[in-house]
Design a binder for this molecule. Structure first.
Ligand code: TTP
Ligand code: MG
Ligand code: MG
Length: 432
């Protein structure tokens, strides 16, 4: 046997990769407005300030609470609670129907302010955003200084209180902003993420589903620290491959980047609009859906992409918002295919729920490059696609309204259009 020299000096030139350069920890802000809908009402009507105020509608109706002021929350009132229950808990509260166009207007103004703090900003909903300020110190100062300046601007320009969490990941920043409420800032320094999360209840962890929470409760696990104590294989045993993600998240490890612009980075394309008066007529809803499907299809084709997932979004007069999506076997980009998928989702939802619709939207996500030729046969799908392409050419030349199928509606709204595709309680299905 020949002795192999073990000292590095005698080894052949190292094949090992150079040690990865240690990247500086990220500095991420999560900003969320306090009691958003109520705060907008209080900003424009001083008589409501300091009072128990509930937005959602008629307390004797069957709607739910959209949000409640912190004064009302002290009585146990919270979002999604039936209004009748809220009335029982806080009979003295002021109940308001709400003014969604105004909330959308303020939301846009809020996101416009946020955009000043970094090129890397992601809307998390109407009243919240993630801001990656790593490397932005020369312009906005430290993360704490950026948070202070942002909060001051939101207060002076919009009359609203914003809470901010600062941490090394989106996950921890979001949990921190929640703990900073109302009207506060909370910094979780690098290295202290796991210790910060440990004492918090499981439900503080974003995206932990109710069924996961229930299973963990059956094992006597109620706080995040107990989750941290479980090994990754044990959690994988319980939840499959999501177990590993859950384990890392419980320690505050979340590499998800702040997604600067979901549309331009090609993640999703959507169109939505609010009706001037709520609509229950199925043909009217379908006509608008067709118009939006055509617009989403045109954007997909312009970007050279197809979507595997088509989604439908509906909002009712009490602001409850639902989204349904379908994942198709073949990615699509024709107007007809997008409309067919969205229309099938609409029919299914309307079988169960006929209430008038306030807002309707169509989304395309799970995008893939359009390079794949799916079939050599001139299929019906291929014909639809060449028809869509012909639509695009005519509309490019003569304008969006030059060509309509006779069933298309473009003029959905005389109210403001939503600029932000809000996250909402969703369900997905796997079909076809
Ligand atoms: P949130 O930011 O979740 O709640 P909030 O701003 O009212 O209160 P806070 O952040 O201080 O805890 O939601 C933002 C708005 O979205 C909220 O003002 C109303 C609306 N909303 C609903 O309509 N239904 C809901 O179930 C929730 C959670 C929010
Ligand atoms: Mg909020
Ligand atoms: Mg929010």
């Amino acid at each position: 046997m020949t002795a192999i020299p073990s000292s590095p000096a005698h080894r052949a030139p190292a094949r090992q990769p150079l040690p990865l350069r240690q990247r500086p920890a990220r500095s991420i802000l999560h900003v969320d407005l306090d009691a958003f809908f109520v705060a907008v009402e209080q900003a424009r009507d001083a008589s409501l300030r300091g009072k128990a105020v509930i937005v959602g509608g008629d307390p004797n109706g069957r709607g739910v609470v959209a949000t409640a002021s912190y004064e009302a929350r002290a009585f146990g009132v919270h979002s999604a609670m039936p209004l009748r229950t809220a009335k029982r808990l806080a009979p003295h509260a002021v109940f308001l129907r709400g003014d969604f166009p105004e909330y959308e207007r303020v939301s846009r103004a809020f996101h416009a302010i946020v955009a000043n703090y970094s090129p890397l900003v992601e809307a998390g909903g109407l009243d919240e955003a993630y801001i990656d300020v790593t490397g932005c110190e020369p312009v906005v100062g430290s993360a704490e200084e950026a948070a202070a300046s942002l909060r001051a601007r939101v207060r002076s320009e919009l009359g609203l209180a914003a809470s901010v969490g600062i941490a090394t990941s989106k996950l921890v920043a979001k949990v921190a902003s929640d703990r900073a409420k109302p009207d506060g800032v909370l910094v979780v320094p690098e290295g202290e993420e796991a210790a910060f999360l440990a004492p918090l209840p499981l439900r503080a962890l974003p995206m932990l589903g109710p069924s996961q929470e229930k299973r963990l409760a059956q094992l006597g696990i109620s706080i995040i620290g107990q989750l941290q104590a479980l090994s990754e294989p044990a959690l994988e045993g319980l939840f499959g491959r999501h177990g590993g993600v859950l384990s890392r998240r419980s320690h505050g490890i979340d590499p998800t980047p702040v997604d600067g612009d979901p549309d331009s980075s090609g993640k999703s394309i959507s169109r939505e609009g609010t009706f001037a008066a709520d609509v229950a007529d199925p043909e009217h809803l379908r006509a608008v859906l067709r118009g939006f499907s055509e617009s989403v299809g045109a954007q997909l084709r312009a970007k050279g992409r197809r979507a595997r997932t088509v989604s439908l979004k509906l909002r009712y007069e009490d602001f409850t918002t639902i989204s349904r999506s379908v994942t198709l076997r073949q990615p699509v980009n024709s107007n007809e295919a997008i409309f067919a998928a969205a229309d099938a989702l609409l029919s299914r939802v309307r079988e169960a729920e006929r209430r008038p619709v306030r807002l309707i939207g169509v989304g395309a996500s799970n995008l893939v490059a359009d390079a794949l030729q799916l079939s050599l046969e001139p299929s019906a799908a291929a014909k639809e696609e060449s028809l869509s392409a012909a639509f695009d050419r005519v509309r490019r030349k003569y304008g969006a309204r030059s060509l309509q199928t006779g069933r298309t509606a473009f003029d959905v709204s005389t109210r403001e259009k939503a600029g932000v595709f809000e996250k909402s309680a969703g369900l997905s299905s796997q079909l076809e």
